[in-house]
Design a protein around this ligand. Structure first.
Ligand SMILES: [Zn+2]
Length: 540
Protein backbone atom coordinates (compact mmCIF):
# COMPACT_ATOMS: atom_id res chain seq x y z
CA UNK A 1 0.00 0.00 0.00
CA UNK A 2 1.15 3.54 -0.72
CA UNK A 3 -1.16 5.43 1.60
CA UNK A 4 -3.39 4.38 4.50
CA UNK A 5 -5.91 6.53 6.36
CA UNK A 6 -7.14 5.06 9.64
CA UNK A 7 -9.00 5.94 12.81
CA UNK A 8 -11.43 8.18 10.95
CA UNK A 9 -15.07 8.73 10.20
CA UNK A 10 -15.10 7.52 6.60
CA UNK A 11 -18.16 8.89 4.81
CA UNK A 12 -18.11 6.72 1.70
CA UNK A 13 -21.27 7.91 -0.16
CA UNK A 14 -21.41 4.25 -1.25
CA UNK A 15 -24.67 2.53 -0.31
CA UNK A 16 -23.01 -0.90 -0.21
CA UNK A 17 -20.74 0.19 2.62
CA UNK A 18 -21.81 3.49 4.14
CA UNK A 19 -19.33 3.84 6.99
CA UNK A 20 -15.82 2.62 7.77
CA UNK A 21 -12.76 3.52 9.85
CA UNK A 22 -9.93 3.14 7.36
CA UNK A 23 -9.01 3.28 3.66
CA UNK A 24 -6.02 1.91 1.72
CA UNK A 25 -4.67 3.42 -1.50
CA UNK A 26 -2.29 1.96 -4.09
CA UNK A 27 -1.05 4.16 -6.94
CA UNK A 28 -3.97 6.39 -7.92
CA UNK A 29 -6.81 4.10 -6.77
CA UNK A 30 -8.65 3.15 -3.61
CA UNK A 31 -8.02 -0.56 -2.97
CA UNK A 32 -9.72 -1.39 0.35
CA UNK A 33 -12.15 0.09 2.87
CA UNK A 34 -12.81 -1.39 6.31
CA UNK A 35 -12.02 -1.41 10.02
CA UNK A 36 -8.72 -0.10 11.41
CA UNK A 37 -7.58 -3.69 11.97
CA UNK A 38 -8.40 -4.90 8.47
CA UNK A 39 -6.74 -1.98 6.72
CA UNK A 40 -3.67 -1.56 8.93
CA UNK A 41 -2.92 -5.25 8.27
CA UNK A 42 -2.24 -4.21 4.64
CA UNK A 43 0.65 -1.96 5.70
CA UNK A 44 3.95 -2.54 3.89
CA UNK A 45 7.43 -1.08 4.17
CA UNK A 46 7.18 2.44 2.74
CA UNK A 47 3.42 2.84 3.28
CA UNK A 48 2.48 6.32 4.45
CA UNK A 49 0.10 6.05 7.41
CA UNK A 50 -2.17 8.94 8.34
CA UNK A 51 -4.08 8.88 11.65
CA UNK A 52 -7.33 10.80 11.10
CA UNK A 53 -7.97 11.08 14.86
CA UNK A 54 -11.73 10.87 14.36
CA UNK A 55 -11.90 13.45 11.57
CA UNK A 56 -14.10 12.87 8.53
CA UNK A 57 -12.69 11.51 5.26
CA UNK A 58 -14.96 12.09 2.27
CA UNK A 59 -14.81 11.59 -1.48
CA UNK A 60 -13.30 14.75 -3.02
CA UNK A 61 -15.87 17.38 -3.92
CA UNK A 62 -16.90 17.90 -7.54
CA UNK A 63 -18.29 21.28 -8.64
CA UNK A 64 -20.79 20.52 -11.42
CA UNK A 65 -20.83 24.02 -12.92
CA UNK A 66 -18.39 26.88 -12.62
CA UNK A 67 -16.16 29.15 -14.70
CA UNK A 68 -12.54 28.38 -13.84
CA UNK A 69 -10.99 30.74 -16.36
CA UNK A 70 -13.18 33.67 -15.38
CA UNK A 71 -12.39 33.06 -11.72
CA UNK A 72 -8.67 33.01 -12.50
CA UNK A 73 -8.97 36.26 -14.45
CA UNK A 74 -10.98 37.88 -11.67
CA UNK A 75 -7.98 37.50 -9.41
CA UNK A 76 -6.46 40.30 -11.55
CA UNK A 77 -9.49 42.63 -11.34
CA UNK A 78 -11.16 44.97 -8.84
CA UNK A 79 -13.15 42.83 -6.41
CA UNK A 80 -16.44 44.64 -5.74
CA UNK A 81 -18.29 41.85 -3.97
CA UNK A 82 -18.41 43.51 -0.61
CA UNK A 83 -19.48 47.00 -1.72
CA UNK A 84 -22.58 48.25 0.09
CA UNK A 85 -23.20 51.38 -1.99
CA UNK A 86 -22.49 53.00 -5.34
CA UNK A 87 -20.14 55.36 -3.46
CA UNK A 88 -18.12 52.37 -2.25
CA UNK A 89 -17.85 51.07 -5.83
CA UNK A 90 -16.42 54.41 -6.93
CA UNK A 91 -13.96 54.53 -4.05
CA UNK A 92 -12.82 50.89 -4.39
CA UNK A 93 -12.24 51.29 -8.14
CA UNK A 94 -10.38 54.59 -7.68
CA UNK A 95 -8.14 53.06 -4.99
CA UNK A 96 -7.41 50.04 -7.20
CA UNK A 97 -6.26 52.32 -10.05
CA UNK A 98 -4.08 54.42 -7.74
CA UNK A 99 -2.57 51.51 -5.86
CA UNK A 100 -1.61 49.62 -9.02
CA UNK A 101 -0.55 52.80 -10.80
CA UNK A 102 -2.54 51.91 -13.90
CA UNK A 103 -1.67 54.12 -16.88
CA UNK A 104 -4.28 56.47 -18.33
CA UNK A 105 -6.15 54.94 -21.26
CA UNK A 106 -5.72 51.38 -19.96
CA UNK A 107 -8.52 48.96 -19.06
CA UNK A 108 -9.73 48.56 -15.51
CA UNK A 109 -11.98 45.56 -15.04
CA UNK A 110 -14.04 44.85 -11.97
CA UNK A 111 -16.53 42.23 -10.88
CA UNK A 112 -18.93 41.04 -8.22
CA UNK A 113 -21.09 44.10 -7.42
CA UNK A 114 -24.67 43.49 -6.34
CA UNK A 115 -27.03 46.46 -6.20
CA UNK A 116 -29.38 44.35 -4.07
CA UNK A 117 -26.92 45.16 -1.26
CA UNK A 118 -26.66 48.90 -2.04
CA UNK A 119 -28.15 51.68 0.07
CA UNK A 120 -29.17 53.38 -3.20
CA UNK A 121 -30.87 50.20 -4.53
CA UNK A 122 -29.75 51.06 -8.06
CA UNK A 123 -27.01 50.02 -10.43
CA UNK A 124 -23.91 52.21 -10.95
CA UNK A 125 -24.06 54.32 -14.15
CA UNK A 126 -21.41 55.91 -16.37
CA UNK A 127 -21.44 59.21 -14.42
CA UNK A 128 -20.69 57.29 -11.22
CA UNK A 129 -17.82 55.44 -12.85
CA UNK A 130 -16.47 58.65 -14.42
CA UNK A 131 -15.93 59.79 -10.83
CA UNK A 132 -13.71 56.75 -10.23
CA UNK A 133 -11.77 57.79 -13.35
CA UNK A 134 -12.65 59.39 -16.67
CA UNK A 135 -9.14 58.64 -18.03
CA UNK A 136 -9.30 54.84 -17.76
CA UNK A 137 -11.55 52.43 -19.60
CA UNK A 138 -13.69 51.04 -16.79
CA UNK A 139 -15.91 47.96 -17.15
CA UNK A 140 -17.34 46.26 -14.05
CA UNK A 141 -19.63 43.23 -14.13
CA UNK A 142 -22.47 42.47 -11.74
CA UNK A 143 -22.20 39.36 -9.54
CA UNK A 144 -24.42 37.39 -11.95
CA UNK A 145 -22.01 38.14 -14.87
CA UNK A 146 -25.01 39.08 -17.05
CA UNK A 147 -24.78 42.85 -16.59
CA UNK A 148 -21.87 45.25 -17.00
CA UNK A 149 -21.49 48.90 -16.01
CA UNK A 150 -19.02 51.03 -17.96
CA UNK A 151 -17.82 54.65 -17.88
CA UNK A 152 -18.02 57.26 -20.62
CA UNK A 153 -14.53 56.56 -22.02
CA UNK A 154 -15.43 52.88 -22.47
CA UNK A 155 -18.66 53.85 -24.26
CA UNK A 156 -16.56 56.04 -26.59
CA UNK A 157 -14.11 53.20 -27.23
CA UNK A 158 -16.89 50.78 -28.18
CA UNK A 159 -18.54 53.48 -30.30
CA UNK A 160 -21.96 53.68 -28.69
CA UNK A 161 -21.95 57.14 -27.14
CA UNK A 162 -25.28 58.17 -28.65
CA UNK A 163 -28.41 56.30 -29.84
CA UNK A 164 -26.83 52.82 -30.01
CA UNK A 165 -28.06 50.22 -32.50
CA UNK A 166 -30.09 47.30 -31.06
CA UNK A 167 -28.05 44.28 -29.97
CA UNK A 168 -29.54 40.84 -30.61
CA UNK A 169 -29.84 38.88 -27.38
CA UNK A 170 -28.80 41.88 -25.33
CA UNK A 171 -29.53 45.47 -24.47
CA UNK A 172 -27.69 48.79 -24.21
CA UNK A 173 -29.63 50.69 -21.53
CA UNK A 174 -30.47 54.31 -22.49
CA UNK A 175 -32.10 57.34 -20.86
CA UNK A 176 -35.04 59.32 -22.31
CA UNK A 177 -32.70 61.16 -24.70
CA UNK A 178 -31.40 57.84 -26.09
CA UNK A 179 -28.02 58.29 -24.40
CA UNK A 180 -26.48 55.08 -22.98
CA UNK A 181 -26.56 55.03 -19.16
CA UNK A 182 -23.48 52.82 -19.03
CA UNK A 183 -25.41 49.60 -18.33
CA UNK A 184 -24.85 46.78 -20.85
CA UNK A 185 -27.00 43.65 -20.58
CA UNK A 186 -26.31 40.11 -21.80
CA UNK A 187 -24.84 40.03 -25.35
CA UNK A 188 -24.24 43.80 -25.30
CA UNK A 189 -21.29 43.02 -22.98
CA UNK A 190 -19.62 41.44 -26.00
CA UNK A 191 -18.95 44.96 -27.32
CA UNK A 192 -16.45 45.36 -24.48
CA UNK A 193 -15.24 41.76 -24.35
CA UNK A 194 -14.38 41.78 -28.07
CA UNK A 195 -11.79 44.50 -27.44
CA UNK A 196 -9.78 42.41 -24.98
CA UNK A 197 -6.52 41.03 -26.37
CA UNK A 198 -6.69 37.22 -26.81
CA UNK A 199 -4.88 35.00 -24.32
CA UNK A 200 -2.24 32.54 -25.56
CA UNK A 201 -1.71 28.96 -24.42
CA UNK A 202 1.04 29.79 -21.90
CA UNK A 203 -1.09 32.47 -20.25
CA UNK A 204 -4.02 30.03 -20.08
CA UNK A 205 -1.87 27.33 -18.48
CA UNK A 206 -0.75 29.79 -15.85
CA UNK A 207 -4.32 30.81 -15.05
CA UNK A 208 -5.44 27.16 -14.84
CA UNK A 209 -2.67 26.31 -12.36
CA UNK A 210 -3.44 29.28 -10.13
CA UNK A 211 -7.16 28.50 -10.00
CA UNK A 212 -6.54 24.78 -9.45
CA UNK A 213 -4.42 25.58 -6.40
CA UNK A 214 -7.24 27.57 -4.84
CA UNK A 215 -9.87 24.94 -5.62
CA UNK A 216 -7.77 22.08 -4.19
CA UNK A 217 -7.41 23.99 -0.92
CA UNK A 218 -11.21 24.01 -0.61
CA UNK A 219 -11.48 20.23 -1.04
CA UNK A 220 -12.42 20.20 -4.71
CA UNK A 221 -10.85 17.36 -6.68
CA UNK A 222 -12.99 17.79 -9.81
CA UNK A 223 -14.58 20.78 -11.49
CA UNK A 224 -16.87 21.08 -14.48
CA UNK A 225 -16.16 24.41 -16.07
CA UNK A 226 -17.54 26.61 -18.81
CA UNK A 227 -14.47 28.61 -19.86
CA UNK A 228 -15.68 29.53 -23.33
CA UNK A 229 -18.31 31.91 -21.92
CA UNK A 230 -15.32 34.02 -21.02
CA UNK A 231 -12.86 33.16 -23.80
CA UNK A 232 -15.16 32.71 -26.79
CA UNK A 233 -15.44 29.54 -28.86
CA UNK A 234 -12.65 30.58 -31.25
CA UNK A 235 -10.22 29.85 -28.43
CA UNK A 236 -11.49 26.31 -27.86
CA UNK A 237 -8.52 24.61 -29.58
CA UNK A 238 -6.03 26.81 -27.67
CA UNK A 239 -7.83 26.15 -24.38
CA UNK A 240 -8.11 22.39 -24.83
CA UNK A 241 -4.46 22.41 -25.92
CA UNK A 242 -3.50 24.18 -22.68
CA UNK A 243 -5.36 21.65 -20.53
CA UNK A 244 -4.02 18.67 -22.50
CA UNK A 245 -0.45 19.88 -22.30
CA UNK A 246 -0.73 20.42 -18.57
CA UNK A 247 -2.23 16.96 -18.16
CA UNK A 248 0.44 15.18 -20.17
CA UNK A 249 3.22 17.07 -18.34
CA UNK A 250 1.71 16.01 -14.99
CA UNK A 251 0.93 19.64 -14.15
CA UNK A 252 -2.83 19.31 -13.75
CA UNK A 253 -3.70 18.21 -10.22
CA UNK A 254 -7.42 18.87 -10.48
CA UNK A 255 -9.77 16.88 -12.70
CA UNK A 256 -11.42 19.19 -15.21
CA UNK A 257 -14.46 18.58 -17.39
CA UNK A 258 -14.99 21.30 -20.01
CA UNK A 259 -18.55 22.50 -20.61
CA UNK A 260 -18.39 23.82 -24.14
CA UNK A 261 -20.39 27.00 -24.73
CA UNK A 262 -21.10 26.92 -28.47
CA UNK A 263 -24.12 29.20 -28.79
CA UNK A 264 -24.73 29.00 -32.56
CA UNK A 265 -25.24 26.11 -34.95
CA UNK A 266 -22.11 27.25 -36.84
CA UNK A 267 -19.96 27.16 -33.71
CA UNK A 268 -21.27 23.75 -32.64
CA UNK A 269 -20.81 22.40 -36.16
CA UNK A 270 -17.23 23.67 -36.24
CA UNK A 271 -16.44 21.97 -32.91
CA UNK A 272 -18.03 18.70 -34.06
CA UNK A 273 -16.07 18.90 -37.32
CA UNK A 274 -12.88 19.29 -35.30
CA UNK A 275 -13.85 16.01 -33.64
CA UNK A 276 -14.82 17.18 -30.16
CA UNK A 277 -17.24 14.81 -28.33
CA UNK A 278 -18.42 14.46 -24.74
CA UNK A 279 -16.22 12.09 -22.71
CA UNK A 280 -13.04 12.42 -24.77
CA UNK A 281 -9.79 12.93 -22.92
CA UNK A 282 -7.69 11.54 -20.11
CA UNK A 283 -8.22 11.10 -16.37
CA UNK A 284 -7.52 14.79 -15.65
CA UNK A 285 -9.05 16.59 -18.61
CA UNK A 286 -12.17 15.66 -20.52
CA UNK A 287 -14.49 17.29 -23.03
CA UNK A 288 -17.86 17.66 -21.33
CA UNK A 289 -21.27 18.61 -22.67
CA UNK A 290 -22.40 21.30 -25.07
CA UNK A 291 -23.30 24.23 -22.82
CA UNK A 292 -26.10 26.60 -23.81
CA UNK A 293 -27.61 29.72 -22.23
CA UNK A 294 -31.30 30.53 -22.59
CA UNK A 295 -31.85 33.40 -20.17
CA UNK A 296 -30.19 35.67 -17.62
CA UNK A 297 -30.35 35.75 -13.82
CA UNK A 298 -32.90 36.46 -11.11
CA UNK A 299 -30.64 39.04 -9.48
CA UNK A 300 -30.18 40.91 -12.76
CA UNK A 301 -33.94 40.65 -13.41
CA UNK A 302 -33.10 39.03 -16.74
CA UNK A 303 -34.37 35.50 -15.98
CA UNK A 304 -37.11 34.59 -18.47
CA UNK A 305 -40.48 34.27 -16.70
CA UNK A 306 -43.79 32.91 -17.98
CA UNK A 307 -45.51 36.03 -16.62
CA UNK A 308 -44.27 39.63 -16.26
CA UNK A 309 -42.11 40.54 -13.28
CA UNK A 310 -44.80 42.95 -12.06
CA UNK A 311 -48.00 44.68 -13.14
CA UNK A 312 -46.30 47.89 -14.24
CA UNK A 313 -44.91 46.53 -17.53
CA UNK A 314 -45.08 43.48 -19.78
CA UNK A 315 -41.34 42.79 -19.20
CA UNK A 316 -40.66 39.06 -18.71
CA UNK A 317 -36.85 38.94 -18.81
CA UNK A 318 -34.28 38.38 -21.56
CA UNK A 319 -34.42 35.62 -24.15
CA UNK A 320 -30.74 34.88 -24.75
CA UNK A 321 -31.43 32.09 -27.24
CA UNK A 322 -34.54 31.85 -29.44
CA UNK A 323 -36.60 28.66 -29.23
CA UNK A 324 -35.68 27.91 -32.84
CA UNK A 325 -31.92 28.16 -32.26
CA UNK A 326 -32.15 26.31 -28.95
CA UNK A 327 -33.95 23.40 -30.57
CA UNK A 328 -31.62 23.35 -33.57
CA UNK A 329 -28.59 23.17 -31.24
CA UNK A 330 -30.08 20.48 -28.98
CA UNK A 331 -31.07 18.44 -32.03
CA UNK A 332 -27.65 18.67 -33.65
CA UNK A 333 -25.87 17.75 -30.40
CA UNK A 334 -28.25 14.83 -29.79
CA UNK A 335 -27.81 13.55 -33.32
CA UNK A 336 -24.02 13.61 -32.87
CA UNK A 337 -24.15 12.15 -29.33
CA UNK A 338 -22.91 15.21 -27.50
CA UNK A 339 -24.42 15.67 -24.03
CA UNK A 340 -26.28 18.96 -23.52
CA UNK A 341 -26.30 21.14 -20.37
CA UNK A 342 -28.39 24.29 -20.65
CA UNK A 343 -28.54 27.30 -18.35
CA UNK A 344 -32.19 28.06 -17.51
CA UNK A 345 -33.30 30.08 -14.49
CA UNK A 346 -36.79 31.52 -15.07
CA UNK A 347 -39.76 29.15 -15.30
CA UNK A 348 -40.33 29.95 -18.99
CA UNK A 349 -36.68 29.24 -19.78
CA UNK A 350 -36.86 25.92 -17.91
CA UNK A 351 -40.02 24.96 -19.78
CA UNK A 352 -38.49 25.78 -23.16
CA UNK A 353 -35.42 23.67 -22.41
CA UNK A 354 -37.53 20.72 -21.26
CA UNK A 355 -39.51 21.02 -24.51
CA UNK A 356 -36.31 21.03 -26.56
CA UNK A 357 -34.92 17.98 -24.71
CA UNK A 358 -38.20 16.07 -25.04
CA UNK A 359 -38.34 16.67 -28.78
CA UNK A 360 -34.67 15.80 -29.35
CA UNK A 361 -34.95 12.62 -27.27
CA UNK A 362 -37.85 11.49 -29.43
CA UNK A 363 -36.12 12.36 -32.68
CA UNK A 364 -32.64 11.09 -31.81
CA UNK A 365 -33.13 8.38 -29.17
CA UNK A 366 -30.03 7.57 -27.10
CA UNK A 367 -29.67 4.88 -24.44
CA UNK A 368 -28.32 7.28 -21.82
CA UNK A 369 -28.31 10.95 -22.93
CA UNK A 370 -28.24 12.57 -19.44
CA UNK A 371 -29.63 15.93 -20.52
CA UNK A 372 -28.95 18.60 -17.92
CA UNK A 373 -30.46 21.92 -16.88
CA UNK A 374 -27.97 24.20 -15.15
CA UNK A 375 -29.54 26.22 -12.30
CA UNK A 376 -33.19 25.12 -12.82
CA UNK A 377 -33.91 27.88 -10.30
CA UNK A 378 -37.66 28.16 -10.83
CA UNK A 379 -39.91 25.14 -11.22
CA UNK A 380 -43.67 24.76 -10.91
CA UNK A 381 -45.12 21.38 -9.84
CA UNK A 382 -45.78 20.64 -13.48
CA UNK A 383 -42.17 21.33 -14.46
CA UNK A 384 -40.92 19.14 -11.61
CA UNK A 385 -42.99 16.26 -12.93
CA UNK A 386 -41.54 16.75 -16.38
CA UNK A 387 -37.99 16.74 -14.98
CA UNK A 388 -38.70 13.34 -13.44
CA UNK A 389 -40.55 11.91 -16.41
CA UNK A 390 -37.85 12.92 -18.90
CA UNK A 391 -35.05 11.98 -16.43
CA UNK A 392 -33.35 15.39 -16.67
CA UNK A 393 -30.47 16.24 -14.30
CA UNK A 394 -30.70 19.55 -12.41
CA UNK A 395 -27.27 21.12 -11.79
CA UNK A 396 -28.04 23.24 -8.74
CA UNK A 397 -26.06 25.86 -6.77
CA UNK A 398 -26.87 25.86 -3.04
CA UNK A 399 -24.74 29.01 -2.40
CA UNK A 400 -27.34 30.94 -4.44
CA UNK A 401 -29.77 30.69 -1.51
CA UNK A 402 -27.92 32.99 0.93
CA UNK A 403 -26.78 35.24 -1.95
CA UNK A 404 -30.16 35.59 -3.62
CA UNK A 405 -33.02 35.20 -1.19
CA UNK A 406 -33.40 38.94 -0.53
CA UNK A 407 -33.41 39.78 -4.23
CA UNK A 408 -35.80 36.87 -5.01
CA UNK A 409 -38.29 38.17 -2.44
CA UNK A 410 -37.78 41.64 -3.90
CA UNK A 411 -38.31 40.75 -7.59
CA UNK A 412 -40.89 37.96 -7.30
CA UNK A 413 -44.27 37.63 -5.62
CA UNK A 414 -44.74 35.03 -2.90
CA UNK A 415 -46.10 32.32 -5.16
CA UNK A 416 -43.21 32.52 -7.60
CA UNK A 417 -40.64 32.88 -4.82
CA UNK A 418 -41.92 29.54 -3.48
CA UNK A 419 -41.11 27.93 -6.86
CA UNK A 420 -37.52 29.09 -6.49
CA UNK A 421 -34.64 26.91 -5.22
CA UNK A 422 -37.05 24.18 -4.07
CA UNK A 423 -34.31 21.57 -3.81
CA UNK A 424 -36.04 19.28 -1.31
CA UNK A 425 -38.99 18.98 -3.67
CA UNK A 426 -36.55 17.93 -6.41
CA UNK A 427 -35.12 15.26 -4.09
CA UNK A 428 -38.57 14.03 -3.02
CA UNK A 429 -39.60 13.79 -6.66
CA UNK A 430 -36.54 11.55 -7.28
CA UNK A 431 -34.88 14.00 -9.70
CA UNK A 432 -31.12 13.62 -10.09
CA UNK A 433 -29.19 16.60 -8.72
CA UNK A 434 -25.58 17.70 -8.93
CA UNK A 435 -24.02 20.48 -6.86
CA UNK A 436 -21.92 23.46 -7.81
CA UNK A 437 -21.17 27.12 -7.20
CA UNK A 438 -21.23 28.83 -10.60
CA UNK A 439 -17.99 30.41 -9.33
CA UNK A 440 -17.17 33.30 -9.71
CA UNK A 441 -20.90 34.07 -9.51
CA UNK A 442 -20.69 32.58 -6.01
CA UNK A 443 -17.79 31.44 -3.85
CA UNK A 444 -16.39 28.04 -4.74
CA UNK A 445 -15.80 26.31 -1.36
CA UNK A 446 -18.14 23.31 -1.46
CA UNK A 447 -18.49 23.27 2.33
CA UNK A 448 -20.18 26.68 2.07
CA UNK A 449 -22.61 25.13 -0.39
CA UNK A 450 -23.26 22.18 1.90
CA UNK A 451 -23.92 24.61 4.76
CA UNK A 452 -26.34 26.64 2.61
CA UNK A 453 -28.15 23.49 1.42
CA UNK A 454 -28.79 22.16 4.94
CA UNK A 455 -29.52 25.50 6.68
CA UNK A 456 -30.83 27.74 3.85
CA UNK A 457 -29.10 30.57 5.70
CA UNK A 458 -26.04 32.74 5.22
CA UNK A 459 -23.03 32.35 7.49
CA UNK A 460 -24.44 34.89 9.95
CA UNK A 461 -27.58 32.78 10.38
CA UNK A 462 -29.88 34.91 8.21
CA UNK A 463 -32.73 34.66 7.66
CA UNK A 464 -33.54 33.22 11.11
CA UNK A 465 -34.87 29.68 10.75
CA UNK A 466 -33.76 29.57 7.09
CA UNK A 467 -35.36 30.75 3.84
CA UNK A 468 -38.24 28.34 3.06
CA UNK A 469 -36.85 25.86 5.62
CA UNK A 470 -39.12 23.06 4.37
CA UNK A 471 -36.64 22.92 1.46
CA UNK A 472 -33.54 22.18 3.62
CA UNK A 473 -31.59 19.11 2.47
CA UNK A 474 -30.25 16.53 4.90
CA UNK A 475 -26.45 16.43 5.30
CA UNK A 476 -26.30 13.17 3.37
CA UNK A 477 -28.33 14.61 0.50
CA UNK A 478 -26.15 17.73 0.38
CA UNK A 479 -22.90 15.74 0.37
CA UNK A 480 -24.30 13.37 -2.24
CA UNK A 481 -25.04 16.08 -4.79
CA UNK A 482 -21.45 17.44 -4.54
CA UNK A 483 -19.90 13.97 -4.95
CA UNK A 484 -21.90 11.18 -6.59
CA UNK A 485 -24.45 13.57 -8.07
CA UNK A 486 -21.80 15.59 -9.89
CA UNK A 487 -19.91 12.44 -10.97
CA UNK A 488 -23.12 11.04 -12.46
CA UNK A 489 -23.80 14.25 -14.38
CA UNK A 490 -20.51 13.85 -16.27
CA UNK A 491 -20.85 10.05 -16.81
CA UNK A 492 -18.08 9.37 -14.26
CA UNK A 493 -19.95 7.69 -11.39
CA UNK A 494 -17.98 4.49 -11.98
CA UNK A 495 -14.60 6.14 -11.41
CA UNK A 496 -15.27 8.83 -8.79
CA UNK A 497 -17.85 10.30 -6.40
CA UNK A 498 -17.61 7.69 -3.65
CA UNK A 499 -15.00 5.91 -1.53
CA UNK A 500 -15.24 2.57 -3.27
CA UNK A 501 -12.51 0.04 -4.09
CA UNK A 502 -11.34 0.56 -7.67
CA UNK A 503 -12.27 4.24 -7.91
CA UNK A 504 -9.78 7.11 -8.08
CA UNK A 505 -8.29 7.98 -4.70
CA UNK A 506 -9.76 11.51 -4.76
CA UNK A 507 -10.35 12.32 -1.12
CA UNK A 508 -10.72 15.14 1.34
CA UNK A 509 -9.99 15.22 5.09
CA UNK A 510 -12.06 17.72 7.10
CA UNK A 511 -11.03 19.30 10.41
CA UNK A 512 -13.77 17.46 12.33
CA UNK A 513 -16.39 14.72 11.99
CA UNK A 514 -18.98 16.50 9.85
CA UNK A 515 -21.65 13.91 10.69
CA UNK A 516 -21.60 14.76 14.39
CA UNK A 517 -21.97 18.54 13.96
CA UNK A 518 -25.09 20.69 14.18
CA UNK A 519 -25.96 22.02 10.68
CA UNK A 520 -24.99 25.50 11.75
CA UNK A 521 -21.48 24.35 12.72
CA UNK A 522 -20.61 23.13 9.21
CA UNK A 523 -19.50 26.67 8.34
CA UNK A 524 -16.64 26.38 10.85
CA UNK A 525 -15.15 23.27 9.23
CA UNK A 526 -11.81 23.51 7.47
CA UNK A 527 -10.28 21.35 4.79
CA UNK A 528 -7.17 19.69 6.27
CA UNK A 529 -6.00 17.60 3.32
CA UNK A 530 -6.90 17.13 -0.34
CA UNK A 531 -5.82 14.00 -2.19
CA UNK A 532 -6.15 13.55 -5.96
CA UNK A 533 -5.19 10.26 -7.58
CA UNK A 534 -3.58 9.08 -4.33
CA UNK A 535 -1.29 12.14 -4.04
CA UNK A 536 -1.62 14.86 -1.42
CA UNK A 537 -1.90 18.17 -3.26
CA UNK A 538 -3.09 20.33 -0.39
CA UNK A 539 -2.32 20.23 3.30
CA UNK A 540 -3.43 22.93 5.73
ZN1 LIG B 1 -22.49 29.70 -15.12
Amino acid sequence: MDLIFHNGRIVTMDEEQEAAQAVAIKNDKITSIGSNEQILALKEAGSEIIDLKGRALLPGFNDSHMHLMEYAQNRTKVDLRHCKSVEEIIETTRNFINKRNINKGEWVYGWGWDHGLFQEKRMPNRQDLDRASSDHRIAITRTCCHIMAVNTLTLQKIGIEQKPAAVEGGNVDTDEQGTPTGILEEKAMKLVNDLKPPLDEEALKDLIKQAAGDFLSAGLTSVQTDDLAFLGSDLMPVLTGAYQELESAGGLNLRVNLQCLLPSVEELQAALDRGYRTGQGGPYFKIGPLKLLTDGSLGGRTALLSEPYDDSSPYQGVEVLSVKTLEALVNLASERKMQVATHAIGDLAVERVLNAYEKAARRYPQADPRYRIIHASMATNELLERFKKLDIIADIQPPFIPSDYIIVDWHLDEKRASWTYRWKDFVKQGIKLSGGSDCPVDDYPPLEGVHAAVTRQDKKGNPPGGWHPDQCLSLKEALYIYTMGSAYSSFEENVKGSITAGKFADLVVLSDDITSLEPDEIKNLQVDLTVVGGKIFYSR
